[in-house]
Design a protein around this ligand. Structure first.
Ligand code: GTP
Ligand code: MG
Length: 138
């Protein structure tokens, strides 16, 4: 079994979609083993998206991530990292496959409803930014 890190982003919390997103996650065989609703600080969002800081949309991305509460989560299951990427769908919802979270709910490439780690290494780093080991209950 493996863990990945997930964020239900502001566009989804604003539209009261956290339960619907969680239903897709659970139906896909992933278990939510930690979860909390937070309003990210600018410093937290900048640190989280540090790898994208040279990209032209970095400022917009940080503004968006601090614009409303988010739900941060740890998901567990077989091949959780790859499985969740599959369940989320393509970054751009216009290219996302049927039944994926982004196809169902995302509004644009910027406001795309969810984040999921892109590697096991990043999953560990990202989980550590928001959760202590004691908060993760498998
Ligand atoms: P995450 O799971 O959020 O990391 O998405 P991803 O891995 O599918 O995409 P990537 O890591 O390439 O980009 C990170 C995030 O930056 C995306 O999820 C979007 O929210 C945002 N983003 C990517 N491309 C654009 C863009 O062209 N414009 C804007 N405004 N945001 C973008
Ligand atoms: Mg990414």
């Amino acid at each position: 079994t493996e863990r990945t890190f997930s964020i239900i982003k502001p566009d989804a919390t604003r539209r009261n979609l956290t339960g619907k997103v969680n239903a897709v996650i659970e139906d896909a065989g992933l278990r939510i083993v930690a979860q909390k609703r937070i309003h990210m600080s600018r410093a937290q969002a900048e640190r989280f998206y540090e790898v994208h800081k040279e990209r032209p949309f970095f400022g917009e991305l940080v503004d968006f991530m601090v614009s409303a509460p988010v739900v941060v989560q740890v998901l567990e299951g077989p091949n959780a990292v790859a499985r969740y990427r599959e369940v989320m769908g393509a970054t751009n919802p216009a290219q996302a496959a049927e039944g994926t979270i982004r196809k169902l709910y995302a509004e644009s490439v910027g406001e795309n409803s969810v984040h999921g780690s892109d590697s096991q290494e990043n999953a560990k780093l990202e989980i550590g930014q928001f959760f202590s080991e004691a908060e993760i209950v498998g």
